[in-house]
Design a protein. Structure first.
Length: 317
């Protein structure tokens, strides 16, 4: 079986040949590439380089449009072309009267459960949260610690707080913006900083906002997900076929997700016509192959089951 390094080299060759989500920015028909699992008739058919396109074309259509076919093999390793439009940021919107507009269908319940909308002290990963005054809700990822550089002799100071996505609680907001849970309810923290997102085709690695929590004694808090329980330190990384769990505002607790792709390079629509490029991402799905998230789950955290350590941060589906 090919190693991850072999597959990533084949992915790099794909990009070098011009089949790259960053090519002809932002108009590349390639929406995502990753090292992942090939499926044949729904069954695991081994590893390959997965290439996602806006629209799959027949050979006649490719000939008529002057489109070059994606190679079936690169460095002796197979490729798999899939039709998958560009990922779009999914904020769960509020109706004009301030009530949440729930997504229905495709197995999505109106709400993961009333327990995801209670106020917790301290806040726990998986609960609904909202930047105060904004017409959308997302998911609080969980507790974390972060280090801030200072002029003190030790050179930095450690703070305990929480995290979610930039596009949930950072985009267009300034330091100190209040965060409430559940949507429109009690304030539990403030925005500290959000990793800036670039829209010029250069790579982004994080869709992250850090929060200063106001609830209780955060020092004594256990890093936990609402349904999944405590998690271990430090941060881990996912490998192909790893099992993972996640708790979020809309789908609720999922214990049957698995990693089907790594080293993802992909486009994301961030609203208002803005398109960003993200790299080094993971691709996770439920064990039946269906989506592992829905609108409102942005910001939640995947935990690798083998180590019970946080391993990936959900954004844009």
């Amino acid at each position: 079986m090919a190693t991850r390094e072999d597959l990533e080299l084949a992915q790099a060759e794909l990009h070098a040949r011009g089949f790259d989500p960053a090519g002809d920015w932002p108009d590349s028909p390639i929406t995502k590439t990753y090292v992942g699992i090939k499926y044949t008739a729904g069954a695991d058919a081994g590893d390959g380089v997965i290439v996602c396109v806006d629209k799959k074309l027949t050979r006649r259509e490719m000939s008529a449009q002057g489109v070059t076919a994606i190679p079936t093999h690169l460095a002796g390793l197979p490729t798999d072309v899939q039709e998958e439009p560009r990922a779009e940021m999914l904020r769960l919107p509020l109706s004009p009267d301030g009530r949440v507009m729930y997504f229905h269908g495709q197995g999505v319940q109106p709400l993961a459960g009333e327990d995801h909308r209670k106020c917790y002290d301290p806040a726990q990963g998986g609960i609904e949260m909202q930047p105060s005054g904004k017409p959308w809700v997302g998911t609080f990822g969980g507790l974390c610690w972060y280090r801030v550089r200072t002029s003190a002799p030790e050179g930095s100071r450690v703070y305990y707080g929480g995290f979610t996505n930039n596009h949930v609680s950072g985009d267009g907001m300034t330091r100190g913006h209040a965060q409430v849970q559940p949507g429109g309810g009690k304030a539990f923290g403030n925005l500290v900083v959000a990793a800036p997102i670039k829209f010029d085709g250069s790579p982004n690695y994080l869709d992250l906002a850090l929060l200063d929590l106001q609830f209780g004694d955060v020092w004594a808090a256990i890093q936990r997900q609402l349904k999944g329980g405590p998690v271990n330190d430090p941060f881990d990384s996912l490998q192909l076929r790893d099992a993972a769990r996640r708790d979020g505002r809309t789908y609720g607790y999922l214990a049957d997700t698995r990693c089907v792709g790594v080293s993802a390079k992909y486009q994301v629509g961030m609203g208002s016509g803005r398109i960003s490029l993200f790299v080094d991402g993971d691709v996770l799905r439920k064990s039946d192959g269906t989506a592992a998230s829905a609108g409102g789950d942005s910001g939640s955290m995947f935990v690798r089951l083998a180590t019970n350590r946080p391993a990936s941060h959900l954004h844009a589906g």
